[in-house]
Design a protein around this ligand. Structure first.
Ligand SMILES: [Zn+2]
Length: 323
């Protein structure tokens, strides 16, 4: 029996690895999609006709990890590397953090809270230039990084349960659970975007919320696994039209219930944050009239980049660490 189990497990991990991409493509696309509906009319008139682009390109940053080594650290921060909660040892300002730890260390442990701010500046600049193509690209990608910052395991060095024998939990939390429950059971019409006075403070707060939840994500799975035999925990079930071995529906629902709606709550918070940061960039740019934008078409260079990102997304090896 033992001899038989190992290859099955290896196969399982290979399958889970493939799905384990930052909130999963499904959730990233939903987050950008629903964020559009939280926008005030002045932004909605521009964003709504482009909702398919914003959803589809929500996953570009993940695809870029196959092409660009520098892309990896933008998606996470192993904040537990810097001591204990609330990690006051780590300066929140980029320059102060570099002065204290050096850029190599920061890059080695991930930079998502700072990268969100870089993208927020890019989007503000695009609004100031009234550049439609740049606004769309920056909005789609900002949405990705903001969403990643809301995932507990994106803020922990135990990001794939690798230290606790829980490999696969990353994709389980951020792909399997939302794919199973988001469309049927969760509610994403959640009020209106609001102006964020200090986007830096805001995103750090969200990162700390994620960090505070990381241990629960792991502990609850470990506890629940003791109540499920392996053949009840995993099952051959349909995913995107294919039958694959994955966390069973029963185990997934039990896990979601034991987390008391954490995954839905973080997804809702992510949607709210994405819409509010889009709105904030627009306000900070002086509220330009979005019916009068230049550069309505993507350049040949943009189109080439989209193509190479798509091709890369089909490849198998990520440059840098798998997150
Ligand atoms: Zn990501």
């Amino acid at each position: 029996m033992k001899l038989f189990k190992k290859p099955i497990l290896l196969l399982l991990f290979a399958a889970l690895q493939l799905q384990g991409n930052c909130w999963g493509f499904f959730a990233h696309q939903k987050i950008n999609y629903y964020a559009v509906f939280l926008l005030p009319p002045q932004l909605l008139t521009f964003y709504k006709p482009h909702i398919d682009f914003l959803s589809e390109h929500a996953v570009d940053p993940d695809k870029r990890r196959y092409l660009v080594a520098a892309e990896g650290p933008r998606h996470y921060i192993d904040i537990d590397h810097y001591g204990t909660f609330p990690y006051t040892n780590l300066p929140r300002q980029w320059d102060s953090a570099i002065a204290k730890f050096g850029e190599d260390t920061l890059l080695a442990h991930g930079i998502v809270p700072w990268w969100v701010q870089t993208m927020e500046h890019r989007l503000t600049a695009a609004f100031k230039e009234k550049d439609a193509a740049r606004i769309l690209k920056s909005s789609a990608e900002l949405g990705h990084y903001v969403a990643d910052a809301h995932v507990p395991l994106h803020t922990s060095s135990k990001h794939n349960g690798q230290l606790t024998g829980q490999q696969g939990i990353h994709g389980f939390w951020e792909s399997r659970i939302p794919e199973l429950l988001a469309d049927k059971d969760w509610d994403f019409f959640i009020g209106k975007a609001y102006y964020i006075k200090a986007p830096g403070d805001f995103i750090w707060k969200r990162v700390l919320q994620s960090a505070a939840a990381a241990d629960t994500v792991l502990q609850v799975e470990r506890r629940l696994s003791q109540q499920f035999s392996t053949d009840k925990k995993f099952a051959f079930e349909e995913r995107n039209g294919k039958v694959v071995r994955q966390y069973s529906t029963g185990f997934s629902k039990a896990y979601d219930a034991a987390l008391h709606g954490m995954v839905e709550r973080r997804m809702r918070d992510a949607i709210y944050a994405v819409a509010s940061l889009w709105y904030t960039a627009w306000v900070d740019a002086g509220q330009p009239d979005l019916t009068q934008l230049a550069n309505q078409n993507f350049s040949t260079e943009d189109l080439k980049e989209f193509q190479s990102l798509n091709d890369a997304g089909r490849s198998n090896s990520i440059k840098g660490r798998e997150e």
